[in-house]
Design a protein around this ligand. Sequence first.
Ligand SMILES: NC(=O)c1ccc[n+]([C@@H]2O[C@H](COP(=O)([O-])OP(=O)(O)OC[C@H]3O[C@@H](n4cnc5c(N)ncnc54)[C@H](OP(=O)(O)O)[C@@H]3O)[C@@H](O)[C@H]2O)c1
Length: 324
Amino acid sequence: MRAVVQTAYGGAEALELRTAPRPTAGAGEVLIRVHATGVNDQDWALLTGKPFFVRAFNGKRGHRGRILGLDVAGEVVEVGDGVSNLSLGDRVFGDLSERGNGGFAEYLSTAAAAFTRIPDNLSFVDAAALPHAGNLAVQALVDVAKLRPEHRLLVNGAGGGVGPLIAQLASHYGVRDIVGVDDASKQEFMRAVGFTRSLDYRAVDFTRSGERFDVIIDTRMTRSPFGVPRALAPGGIYVAIGATTSSLLGLALWGRLIGRMTGTRLRMLWLKPNASTSELATLAEAGVLKPHIDRVMPLADTGLAMERFGAAQHRGKIVIAVAG
Ligand SMILES: NC(=O)c1ccc[n+]([C@@H]2O[C@H](COP(=O)([O-])OP(=O)(O)OC[C@H]3O[C@@H](n4cnc5c(N)ncnc54)[C@H](OP(=O)(O)O)[C@@H]3O)[C@@H](O)[C@H]2O)c1
């Protein structure tokens, strides 16, 4: 099979298109013919080896020969012993970030439990754009923030992979005021994907604008946790999805105390991969969730796709069409 293999930490030059042995399905596993794989922040971190703890967790040589790609959509072509939830020919999708990744290759075998059936109205490309970002959106907004229709919602870092899904979900739950914060070039994009208002973070510091929100979701944690309560209504909740190492430490150390002193709650989301994928399938089937695709690129251009992602040139999800 054709596979894009990582040879070192780096950029596009650290990825090689090679011929590799096709895997087989072991007990409890399925073999998937991969049709499409979404590009995510975690792929970029594993490729570049940044931030530093990525290298600490992956060992000195753990990255060599590795096949990245965690957001996978494909077709079951072999079923291992003991698998009862999937059959040959099923169209499936899932987040393989805790199962060794492997989506930038024509075939992969992994536990059948990692996959959910793709609804008929969803293409492989759209399905590959949903699991990772969609699980983050559902778990932050529904499981942690417990969003209600009367809430005012602000999303910081709203113009990336997760923001548009949060806007669609919030609108589905009846929220009327959905504010997105990102840079000047993404204002139109944010309003096109469902934010009712958009702010340029260089022009407005949302923690100092005087406005208060019941729920703030943050994909980047670019403002100090000490300033965040200024933008929260009494009893409001702030959920950080993504953060730098230092802001994460700040939140872990001070979040609870800041919350107690200001009558708000500051939380970090710990993603449970695939815990919400069947909910995503239902929402996508009902037309509530429709991923925004930046572009679809062939497997041979995976390095270019990663560089486009790393240079923040994308609007919406980049997807690799693995099967051509
Ligand atoms: N909590 C968990 O368990 C968990 C698990 C997996 C992943 N994650 C994290 O979850 C996040 C996923 O979000 P995503 O996929 O939507 O990320 P994304 O695609 O990188 O989007 C983030 C957006 O924020 C923008 N941004 C940059 N600086 C900003 C600033 N100062 N103020 C406001 N916006 C700013 C970015 O713009 P540019 O692109 O122009 O920089 C981008 O549009 C990632 O940070 C990922 O690391 C968390």
